[in-house]
Write a protein that binds this ligand. Structure first.
Ligand SMILES: [Zn+2]
Length: 572
């Protein structure tokens, strides 16, 4: 008698092999039998059977790029990732997180996270117990709670630097003693079970106080020393978010760490509009490094890094207009009434705010601004842009944007794809995804609450890339599944999952491909202290099974929470 049999599903097993019809048997938290021939059948009975006839059966998604460091201490659903079939997350990316932390540094770490990842500080302050100081103590806190998914955490550079050098000098040059102390903390954290170490080297990542995120300007000797200290534990991934303004010098230290430790260094690899072909050079540098014995892993996106602009978001084209600022503090419903009056509308639209720099660029890129729509469209054609609509209608782009954002009672969102959309389609991302060393990531689950929500990326990989895409080649379903199961699991050494195979963890999605989709993102106020965040709900997950237990059924929680803290790699 098995615990669970999933019958007659279309198995997409995570290896990239073509789908086949078959059964899966589960005992306890393990897959114990999988039919290997198309149409194969498992004999015997089970305490529970799921009829998956006509449904697609995949391993649970492994999302290696999230920011649930705070939320994981209070939200067992890890939403919205937990709603999208994700059964394993890695958090602590991009150099920000909450351990190690002295009591006196908590507020500072919160404003760092709030600035870099746009997670409401009030929610973090109310939501976290701060029942820890060291990284191992933080892991113990994570370990004391069960969730719908397994969690694994990176040691964040920002917190380590502040702990060693003091938060006020967290961007000063590090002394030899500072570097040694940071290395010791990282080694201790990874030895206790951290997934590795993360750092940020992008000018886009700033704390709420306007300072660059701690560690952004760290020198190569510091990064190498920390990498080698991590390497002494024999495991860990080194994660980097970098602008890569000088790719050769960034690759030099990344290669050194990887070659000397034998461990992976993963960097965010995205297309940017200033150098739309730079990613090709990054992939060439990756190939050269890996041919020389390094393991450099470009972390690539499945959807452009975007901003969702609207009257409820953290940004929109009129946010700095004086006439808007006068009503900005009103609740949305009242604001919408005012925004609809001809006087307020005219006052806002007649104003030309003096914008400079990135704000001016972002809030006036109407040719790159699109109505997101419902269901949301993430690969719109150029003629769908606000600028194109305005040209067709003989109106100003500002007016079109204003009126579009007033739709759905002021809740409609405009989509501004910032990275990965230089040529107005996903072709560059498709090529990046196809690179043999690349790993899918960058969904940023739990972060950027007021401006975007890409935690539903795993759903999108199937619904858009494998099923709906019309403006370029689709991905084979088996490839889309492999990208977010076996490939991502392997990066972190989680080889006990990511495949439908006997002996592996019973993390499984049963998916109705016809119904699979993501609803339009919506702003909700459900974080601690009423904190605001954009969420995106999924449809089409018939069942999500974590460690053998059904955690979601027909897109609703069952209340089961078998997810644990992962300490280091998880060999099969
Ligand atoms: Zn990130």
């Amino acid at each position: 008698m098995f615990d669970l049999i999933i019958r007659s599903g279309t198995l997409v097993d995570g290896t990239g092999a073509p789908p086949r019809i078959g059964d899966i048997a589960i005992d306890g938290d393990r897959i114990v039998e999988v039919t290997t021939t198309d149409g194969g059948h498992i004999d015997g009975a089970a305490r529970r059977e799921i009829d998956a006839d006509g449904q697609t059966v995949t391993p649970g998604w492994v999302d290696v790029h999230t920011h649930y460091d705070g939320q994981a201490t209070w939200d067992p659903e890890l939403s919205p990732s937990g709603w999208h079939g994700v059964t394993t997350v890695v958090m602590g990316n991009c150099g920000v997180g909450f351990a190690p932390a002295r009591a006196s540094q908590r507020e500072w770490l919160i404003q760092l996270m709030e600035g870099v990842e746009d997670i409401p500080g009030t929610a973090l302050a109310e939501g976290m117990s701060w029942n820890w100081e060291s990284f191992p103590e933080y892991l113990d806190e994570l370990d004391s709670m069960r969730r719908v998914a397994d969690v694994s955490a990176l040691v964040p550079h920002g917190a380590v630097r502040a702990y060693v050098m003091g938060e006020r000098s967290a961007n000063d040059p590090a002394t030899e003693a500072d570097i040694a102390a940071m290395g010791a903390i990282v080694r201790e954290g990874v030895a206790a079970g951290a997934a590795g170490f993360s750092t940020t080297r992008t000018l886009l990542h700033r704390a709420k106080d306007g300072e660059l995120a701690a560690g952004t300007t760290a020198g190569a000797e510091e990064l190498i020393a920390i990498g080698l200290a991590m390497g002494e534990t024999g495991h860990g991934v080194f994660e980097v978010a970098s602008d890569l303004f000088d790719p050769r010098s960034e690759f030099a230290w990344m290669e050194t760490i990887s070659r000397e430790t034998g461990l992976a260094v993963t960097f965010g690899c995205l297309q940017n509009d200033l150098q739309p072909e730079q990613w090709r050079r990054l992939l060439d540098l990756t190939d050269a490094a890996n041919a020389g014995g390094a393991r450099i892993v470009p972390q690539v996106a499945g959807r452009p890094a975007c901003l969702l602009l609207g009257f409820e978001s953290s940004a929109h084209p009129f946010i700095l207009h004086q006439a808007y600022r006068e009503i900005a503090g009103l609740p949305l419903a009242e604001r919408v009434v005012r925004l609809r009056t001809p006087e307020v509308r005219a006052a806002i639209l007649d104003e030309e705010p003096q914008l400079t720099g990135i704000a001016a660029f972002l809030l006036s890129s109407f040719h790159k601004l699109f109505p997101l729509g419902d269901p949301p469209e993430y690969e719109p054609a150029p003629e769908a842009s606000v600028a194109a609509i305005a040209a067709r209608q003989g109106r100003r782009a500002q007016e079109v944007a204003y009126d579009l954002m007033l739709e759905q009672n002021g809740r409609a969102l405009l989509y501004l794809p910032l990275l990965g959309y230089s040529h107005g389609n996903f072709d560059a991302m498709a090529e990046m995804l196809d690179h043999p060393a690349a790993v899918l990531g960058l969904g940023d689950g739990g972060a950027h609450c007021g401006l975007l929500c890409d935690a539903g990326l795993p759903t999108f990989m199937l619904s858009h890339w494998a099923r709906d895409r019309s403006r370029g080649a689709r991905l084979p379903l088996a490839t889309a599944v492999r990208h977010q199961t076996r490939r991502t699991a392997e990066l972190y050494g989680f080889t006990d999952r990511g495949l439908l195979a006997p002996g592996l963890l019973a993390d499984v999605n049963v998916i109705d491909m016809d119904a699979l989709g993501s609803l339009a993102p919506e702003m909700v106020y459900d974080l601690p202290a009423g904190g605001r965040r954009l969420i995106q709900r999924a449809t089409g997950y018939t069942a999500t099974i974590k460690r053998g237990l059904v955690t979601r059924e027909a897109d609703e929680s069952t209340g089961e929470r078998p997810g644990r803290l992962l300490r280091g790699p998880q060999p099969a």
